[in-house]
Design a protein around this ligand. Structure first.
Ligand code: FAD
Length: 384
């Protein structure tokens, strides 16, 4: 594995870090209070090409490979996780399906606008009755002449209120269960598409999560994404591809928490000395560093595997599971080091603490990642 980076990528990473640390972080508290990302931040992100991270250059994107993309995500992870989730979901689950499974006409139609940030992308798999059991979809798609007619409800969809292009999974043949699921590109303007309840969440302020309702929603036949019956496999591939990216975002947040914790521990004095001089605090910092180093190694290993075209089902689940649990541990230690101040909204620690919690749930819970890892392991050992 070779993670040496060329000058262009080094420049991109530096520019993103500067943008995050000197512009986005300044408004992180505002995002928290207003539950809205200021438009000037979105505009700058567009100018920097941050909406085209997964999209090849020929369609207007940055054409970064997975290692490069994770390096950018790591920098984005340093600040408001609501902002990072908005950008991350667009670049990950919101656009990867069209890049990987779309035909040439679909790519030409949708990718340039998605890359420019003129349109935002989202991914709609989860339903009230189909969460971890994502193949048990109630949403149906029935072919009538030149249109599929979709009926059903999706919920917990990130970017639903901001996106206009959705990768949607629906059952074209319920009797075939997972093999009867098909994916579609659905536009917000299609007749029968409606946004339902917008959720009130524990964290991720600025990232909006909502219900989508399809009532005889008309999807032109040319918006079939891939083959009929391949939708569940497509969904799993899109999710697996995104797992290193989510881990990279967690990594950036963990790194930021460590920096804030070291700084605070050195400044805060109790019993006549800085709390950094207490071994109890030093050990917490050491544990944080260990979790960060392990997450970094796993993240870039899996990103590299994606770039090599290797099979990543097990490793992607390993990195998603580890990085989410590690982020929770690191946020918890940071809060402990900050003491009472960590619990107050004057410092960003409590925000990271709340935002870390979702990473063990969305894009597949920790329990589901462990199911994937063990199922793959058992398969491997069967072959020996
Ligand atoms: C903020 C947010 C954003 C989201 N964004 C999106 C999005 O953009 N697109 C999208 O499609 N979905 C999205 N989701 C949905 C998310 O992926 C699901 O919430 C997640 O997969 C879990 O499903 P569930 O909430 O229905 O929990 P459930 O499946 O009901 O799980 C409840 C508990 O049971 C456990 N459990 C379930 N089955 C098993 C099993 N077989 N073995 C062991 N334990 C099990 C789970 O691990 C969990 O602890 C989002 C969710 C949230 C909260």
């Amino acid at each position: 594995m070779n993670f040496s980076i060329n000058e262009d990528l080094a420049m991109i990473i530096k520019t993103v870090k500067d943008f995050v640390d000197s512009e986005v972080d300044l408004v992180a508290q505002q995002i928290e209070e207003e539950n809205r990302i200021p438009s000037q931040i979105i505009e700058t992100a567009k100018d920097m090409g941050l909406f085209g991270l997964s999209i090849p250059e020929e369609y207007g994107g940055t054409g970064l490979d997975m290692v490069g993309k994770c390096m950018v995500f790591e920098q984005l992870g340093r600040t408001s996780n609501g902002f990072t989730t908005f950008i991350g979901a667009h670049n990950g689950i919101g656009t990867v399906g069209i890049v990987e499974m779309g035909n040439e006409a679909q790519k030409r139609k949708y990718l340039p606008d998605l890359a420019a940030g003129n349109r935002f992308g989202a991914f709609a798999l989860t339903e009230p009755g189909a969460g971890s059991d994502a193949s048990n979809l109630g949403t149906t798609a029935v072919l009538k002449e030149d249109k599929y007619i979709l009926n059903g409800t999706k919920h917990f969809i990130t970017n639903a209120t901001d996106a206009t292009v959705f990768t949607v999974m629906a059952a074209t043949d319920k009797s075939k269960k997972a093999k009867g699921i098909t994916s579609f590109i659905v536009e917000k303007d299609f007749p029968g598409f409606k946004i339902g309840t917008v959720e009130r969440k524990m964290g991720l302020r600025g990232s909006h999560t909502a219900e989508i309702i399809f009532e005889d929603c008309e999807v032109p036949v040319e918006n079939l994404l891939g083959q009929e019956g391949q939708g569940y496999v497509n969904a799993l591939k899109i999710l697996a591809n995104g797992r290193a990216g989510l881990a990279a975002r967690n990594l950036g947040s963990m790194q930021k928490l460590l920096e804030l914790s070291v700084q605070y521990a050195q400044q805060r004095a109790q019993f006549g000395k800085s709390i950094a001089s207490f071994q109890a605090i030093q050990h917490m910092l050491a544990d944080m560093e260990v979790d960060i180093q392990a997450t970094r190694a796993l993240t870039y290993k899996v990103a590299w595997m994606v770039d090599q075209g290797m099979k990543i089902i097990k490793d992607a689940a390993v990195v998603k599971y580890f990085a989410s649990e590690a982020y929770g541990r690191v946020a918890d230690k940071a809060l402990q080091i900050f003491g009472g101040m960590g619990y107050m909204k004057d410092f960003p620690i409590e925000r990271y603490y709340r935002d870390a919690r979702i990473t063990r749930i969305y894009e597949g819970t920790s329990e589901i990642q462990k199911n994937i890892i063990s199922a793959q392991l058992l398969k491997e050992y069967e072959l020996i």
